[in-house]
Design a protein around this ligand. Structure first.
Ligand SMILES: Nc1ncnc2c1ncn2[C@@H]1O[C@H](COP(=O)(O)OP(=O)(O)OP(=O)(O)O)[C@@H](O)[C@H]1O
Ligand SMILES: [Mg+2]
Length: 467
């Protein structure tokens, strides 16, 4: 018995060959029929093309997700996210990109141009993106997408192609990842704003372009380190605040003489976290109801600043300790108090506010109501002190671009013995001239300052001896 029965592998091969031959014959026959029909019967040709496409699509492994620019009248978050995200995927193979910049923007906006294919990989899954633009059908107003695009005269959507078997990975992991990444990118390039109250007591904003950063700030190095760590820890504790059911907010009290960098520190915090600033002048808020409205209209990831609290407002309502029959309505019309503000903040922001920072500043901590200073009221007290030798070195590096100099020892000696603010030193360092000349000028200034301070001290002590 020399011949054996065909093995199962051979039989599979034979079946596959037959199937392939069949597909090839269908394709060849279709081509012939198509060319004949194309010539003589265009409608039949369209019908056949459609069926052929459907036939091949059935055997294709590819799936396409269409991500339109608008959902009804609203912008599609996934489309916007894809636009930002894909800009980070521009590679050597990208041939055309779009570059835009509005006058007020500090950075260029770069996006991938239409019909450009962008490749991406996520957990080993290969993905192909392409931005498709089609001329809008302006007459078809039944379709909101077309109505939207009448303004733009084109309909834009992304096609995202991937292997069908990764459908769940794409929908459940990849696209949420793209949305999250895009939010981070936007946050990074966001232009910071500072809001203040206009003449109608409503927030109005301008771009915040303050150069102060933690690097340029002259303050106690340990305190600076602690504060940066505190801020970084705060923004990462979303789940902690959710778990304990507290408002996700942090309160800082900055105190120190004028010119020691309290406002500069607020700008440095805003630049570090990329948070907008709301500068709240409590003396121009008429009532609790007005304050509540203002707080409700501040955005998340922002810093609410109340400057000079010692002079702007009472801490407590003077009548609040007396037994009273104040109705809710009366309360709405009452003048604002600081304790009222803090209570609002706890209530309102625990339900609707996220990542809020409140900063209070004062030049005179001794004038503050003790209730505001009691432990647990503020999360951190930050003393912005007179300039120290370490602070001077930061300022010298900022203004003169030097890390050391033969005159540093003399300057630092005076700084140790004299109460001088970083603002005063900064003013001296901004003077024109060579480094030597500027530092000599600073020494003359410090000598005079020391003399003046000593005289003032002597006068004060002789006055107190007399009384
Ligand atoms: N600690 C500091 N580090 C770096 N620069 C400082 C510092 N303090 C003051 N300056 C410089 O002095 C200027 C004024 O400082 P700033 O307005 O921050 O002081 P302030 O404490 O807010 O004063 P005020 O109590 O009068 O509001 C700043 O623009 C900055 O150039
Ligand atoms: Mg200030």
């Amino acid at each position: 018995m020399s011949s054996s029965a065909p093995s199962s592998a051979e039989s599979h091969l034979a079946t596959a060959k037959t199937a392939l031959t069949a597909v090839a014959s269908v394709a060849a026959a279709t081509m012939v029929v198509r060319s004949v029909v194309q010539e003589y019967m265009p409608e039949v040709h369209e019908l056949i093309s459609c069926s052929v496409r459907r036939f091949f699509r059935y055997f294709s492994f590819e799936m396409t997700a269409v991500i339109e620019e608008f959902v009804g009248f609203e912008p599609n978050e996934v489309f916007e996210a894809a636009e930002s995200y894909l800009a980070t995927k521009i590679s050597h193979s990208t041939r055309r990109i779009n570059v835009n910049k509005l006058e007020k923007q500090s950075n260029f906006t770069v996006t991938v141009e239409r019909n450009e294919e962008v490749l991406d990989t996520f957990d080993g899954v290969k993905l192909r993106w392409i931005l498709v633009c089609q001329t809008a059908n302006k007459k078809d107003f039944r379709n909101p997408r077309d109505l939207n695009s009448t303004l733009k005269s084109e309909v834009r959507f992304y096609e995202l192609r991937f292997n069908k078997k990764f459908k769940n990975v794409v929908l459940e992991s990849y696209l949420p990842f793209v949305v999250k990444e895009a939010a981070l990118i936007k946050q990074k390039i966001k232009t910071l704003k500072i809001f203040s109250l206009d003449s109608y007591s409503a927030w109005s904003s301008v771009t915040l372009d303050h150069p102060s950063t933690f690097r340029t700030l002259a303050m106690d190095p340990e305190l600076k380190k602690d504060l940066v760590e505190d801020l970084d820890c705060f923004v990462q504790r979303k789940s902690f605040y959710e778990r304990v059911g507290k408002a996700w907010k942090r309160e800082y009290l900055l105190y120190g003489p004028p010119g020691t960098g309290k406002s500069s520190l607020i700008a440095a915090i805003a630049n570090h976290l990329n948070f907008d600033i709301y500068d709240l002048d409590l003396s121009s808020v008429e009532s609790n109801a007005g304050l509540r409205n203002l707080l409700m209209t501040t955005a998340n990831r922002s810093i609410l600043v109340v400057e000079d609290i010692d002079c702007s407002i009472e801490f407590k309502d003077r009548t609040s300790d007396e037994p009273s029959r104040v109705t809710h309505e009366d309360n709405d019309h009452k003048p604002v108090t600081l304790s009222g503000l803090l209570n609002f903040v706890d209530g309102l922001w625990s339900s609707c506010g996220n990542e809020r920072i409140i900063v209070f500043t004062t030049n005179y901590i001794e004038k503050l109501d003790p209730a505001l200073l009691r432990p647990g009221r503020m999360d951190m007290h930050i003393h912005m002190s007179y300039c120290t030798p370490a602070g001077f070195e930061v300022l010298a590096s900022n203004y003169l671009k030097i890390e050391d100099h033969i005159l540093f020892e003399q300057v630092e000696g005076f700084i140790r013995e004299t109460e001088v603010t970083p603002a005063e030193i900064a003013e001296q360092l901004m003077r024109n001239g060579y480094v030597d000349k500027v530092l000599q000028g600073l020494i003359v200034f410090l000598k005079a300052k020391k003399l003046k301070n000593d005289e003032a001290k002597a006068k004060k002590s002789s006055q107190s001896l007399r009384t």
